[in-house]
Structure formats: C-alpha cells, structure tokens
Design a protein around this ligand. Structure first.
Ligand SMILES: Cc1cc2nc3c(=O)[nH]c(=O)nc-3n(C[C@H](O)[C@H](O)[C@H](O)COP(=O)(O)OP(=O)(O)OC[C@H]3O[C@@H](n4cnc5c(N)ncnc54)[C@H](O)[C@@H]3O)c2cc1C
Length: 414
C-alpha cells in the first residue's frame, strides 16, 4: 500500500464512511468504529488503529471524513503529542491501556515538561522520580502546562539519576492527573486568560508500567514529543462540514467548544495581521505613507511565512525528515506577530490599552497587544530557533556548555 495515491485513499475512506456512518450513535461509539476500521491513524501499524500507510494518509483520511459530514479524532495534547509518542515508544501493555481512550476523546491529556528553571533548557529539569519497587515516587514543580486543569492524564519527564550526565538522567512517564499528590494551580495571564497552569507533584506515585521507553530514555522520548509538537502546531481548530448534524456532531461540537476555549486567544497571539488594513482605514490613517509602507512589508512577510509553512507541511506529508523550514517558519510567525502588534499600536495609539469598549474589534486589538509575546516563546523561543539553525543547518560550533560530561548533581544551578 506504500504506493497508494491520495485519490485511492479518499475513495476507500469514503466507501468505508458511507457504509459505517451513523449520526445518532454517541461520539465515543463513532470514534470506536473509526479506530477499529484502521482509518483513525492510517499511518500506524495494523495492530494499532492503522494500515501501515504513509504519513500523509492521516491528514487525507481525516479531511475526507470531515468533508463528508463526519467527525475524526479529537484535537489536543492527547491525539497530537501523547498518542503519537506512546505509539512509537511505549510498551504494548501501556499502549493497550491508554491509546484508545486518548484517541476516542474519553481521556484528555496535558504535557508536563517545562519547569521554573527548565524551559529552553528542558534537559535541565529538576523534578525527581525515585524508584520504589513497582512504582516511582515523583516530586517537583512544572509550569506553563496548557489545559492541565482539565486533563485526565499527562506525559511527564523527571530526573531519576542525579549522578548521570544531564540528558542521561531523565525518564519519561505517563501520570494520572487525578491521583493524590498532584495539585494544579491556574496562572493569571496578562491577557486575562488562564490557559496554562502550574502543577505541583508531592510524592505522586507512578506505576513502573507507566514508564515510556527505558530508564534513562527520557530525553530521546521527549525529543519525539517535541517533534510531534512542531508537526501539529498549526492544527488548533476543528471544522465541521456545512450541514453536518446528528448526535455525533453535536457531541463533537461540545468537545470542540471546551478545547477552543483554551485556545481562543491564539489568533491574537499571532498579531492579527488580517485586521491591520481595516483598522488603518477606520482610523483614517490608510493614506499615511509610512504606515502604508510598513503594512505592505507586513503583508509580504506574512505571505512568505505562509508559503514556508505550506512547504514544511508538504515535506512532512511526504515523510521527509524535518528541515530548516520549521525553525525559519517559527521565526517568521514571531516576526509577523511583532510587526502586526507594532502597527496596531501605532494605529490605535493610547486607546490600544483600553480593553473594555463597545467595539469588539477594538477589544480584539487590545488583546493582540498583550498576547503576541507568547508567539516567540511557545514551542521554542526565537533565540533557540536561531541556535538550531546555526548548529544543525549551518554547521556552526555548538554553544559552550558548563554542564557537559559531568554528573548533573555537580552542575551549578541557579
Ligand atoms: C502559550 C504557551 C503554552 C505553553 N504550553 C506548555 C505546555 O503545555 N507544557 C509545557 O511543558 N510547557 C509549555 N509552555 C512552556 C514553553 O515550552 C516555555 O515557555 C519555553 O520552552 C521557554 O522556556 P522558559 O519560559 O522557561 O524561558 P527561558 O528558557 O527561561 O528563556 C528566557 C529567555 O532566555 C533566552 N534563552 C534561553 N536559553 C538561551 C540560549 N541557550 N541561547 C540564547 N538565548 C536563550 C530565551 O530565548 C528567552 O528569551 C508553554 C509556553 C507558552 C508561551
């Protein structure tokens, strides 16, 4: 099947869909049928909800089902980060327990990676896992954990060995968020949203069977998750075909509404360049030559950035290894957000600081001004993208590191 064409796949998915679609069953029942058909993740093996097809077949199957009026997989950390990582690295026993509910949407997930002193330097994390027979006892603090307040499960990286060198002392686990010893506290963001949390773990117990990969494989498995994170970064909205209806669709809409609540400020974080020209027109500034010049520069950069993202998507769909376009695209979206923010500020003036007005577009612009900093931080900061480009693609020497080759216990930390 490796030589199947897109048209073949669309045809086969449609045949299956028309035979199977029942709009009046529950969402979970529908997704159970989807999983059992092999069209949930066709690039996975036949043992695990797939058909051994190439990577691009996943997107083709999902869009075909949606366009036909059906529902595919849920969005979120469960299907985009946890499931693909666990599919590649977890034991069959663990996969058997967690993959199905992650893909049907019965369980939602979050990512417990970043810590107060370990974001860009993720491998410098300090949360500690100590083995106690068949369980691990985890202590530490995570931060910026999106949707941790309503997650059932988490992917977690913790340090099991302080005497190993930095990257070798890490192990990757699946954590039950509802257990004793896990406390989630919301963070008040400067744009008034609460999409990410702090998570405190105090003697939280993780069964040994929930370890992903081997002891000390944490960095290798975490890198797989980060690669999936880059791959799914743009997919933050679930769409439904016009006229799609029935119980499955209604339950999926309700699920999407909860999901979208978390991400509703994400368009503003990208600077809303689409609003700039209209705002200039409404403010009577569209004949200002300096503003016009900058609006055209913004438009050109935005288009170039979209094309880079399309190129990266096409390359991934062909199963090619990630190239420099991932980092270049990420840097371009940060720059578009910054420039759009600056233009909105110049057009709105001091009024841009007013959050409550009778004009909803103005409110959106006010949110843009305090949301765009997140764009150049989430998913790897601009500086880290520069480092990746320099070291991995231009062949420049690696950054000097005082923590190389010595036990992590002996590394100076702030
Ligand atoms: C919207 C959003 C959602 C997020 N969701 C999650 C989530 O669900 N789960 C999770 O675990 N984390 C999440 N994060 C955290 C995110 O991964 C981190 O914020 C990010 O990795 C940066 O880490 P930091 O905030 O600790 O900043 P730091 O790493 O402390 O960086 C501070 C500054 O120093 C610079 N810097 C750091 N190292 C270098 C270097 N080597 N060279 C040059 N400059 C450097 C950075 O570029 C930055 O400007 C989220 C963040 C955001 C903004």
């Amino acid at each position: 099947m490796a030589d199947a064409t897109e048209a073949d796949i669309r045809g086969r998915v449609l045949d299956w869909f028309h035979e199977t679609w029942d709009p009046d069953v529950s969402l979970i029942e529908w997704r159970t049928r989807l999983l059992d058909s092999g069209w949930a993740v066709p690039s996975w093996s036949t043992d695990w909800f797939g058909q051994d097809l190439p990577a691009w077949a996943d997107g083709v199957a999902h869009s075909t089902i949606r366009q036909a009026g059906g529902v595919a997989l849920p969005l979120g950390a469960a299907s985009s980060l946890a499931a693909p990582t666990l599919h590649e690295h977890a034991s069959d026993e663990l996969k058997g327990r967690v993959l199905r509910p992650a893909l049907t949407g019965e369980q939602t997930w979050c990512q417990l990676f970043s810590e107060p002193g370990a974001g860009s330097d993720l491998a410098g994390l300090k949360s500690t896992a100590v083995r106690d027979g068949d369980t691990w006892i985890v202590n530490g603090q995570k931060v910026w954990n999106t949707s941790a307040d309503h997650a059932d499960m988490a992917i977690l990286v913790a340090r099991h060995d302080w005497d190993a060198v930095k990257h070798a002392g890490l192990t990757y686990f699946v954590l039950d968020m509802h257990q004793e010893g896990v406390e989630v506290r919301p963070i008040e963001q400067m744009n008034y949203h609460h999409s990410f949390m702090e998570v405190f773990m105090t003697d939280a117990r993780v069964p040994h069977a929930n370890m992903v990969g081997g002891i000390g494989d944490g960095w290798r498995v975490a890198r797989a998750t980060l690669a999936h994170e880059r791959r799914y970064a743009g997919e933050r909205r679930l769409s439904f075909a016009p006229g799609a209806k029935g119980r499955v669709v209604e339950e999926a809409r309700a699920e999407a509404a909860i999901y979208n609540e978390t991400y509703k400020w994400y368009p503003q974080r990208m600077g809303r360049p689409d609003l700039v020209t209209d705002r200039a027109r409404v403010a009577g500034r569209d004949d200002d030559p300096v503003l016009r010049d900058d609006m055209m520069k913004l438009h050109s950069l935005e288009k170039a950035s979209q094309w880079t993202a399309e190129r990266a998507k096409a390359s991934r769909a062909l199963g090619r290894p990630p190239g420099s376009e991932g980092s270049i695209g990420k840097l371009a979206t940060s720059e578009v957000a910054r420039r759009a923010n600056a233009l909105h500020t110049r057009i709105a003036g001091a009024e841009g600081m007013l959050r409550s007005t009778t004009d909803p577009v103005h409110e959106t612009v006010a949110e843009v001004l305090v949301s765009t900093p997140a764009q150049s931080i989430a998913g790897g900061t601009d500086e880290i993208q520069h480092n990746i480009l320099g070291e991995s693609f231009l062949g420049l020497p690696k950054e000097p590191g005082a923590d190389r080759g010595i036990p992590y216990r002996d590394v100076g930390r702030s």
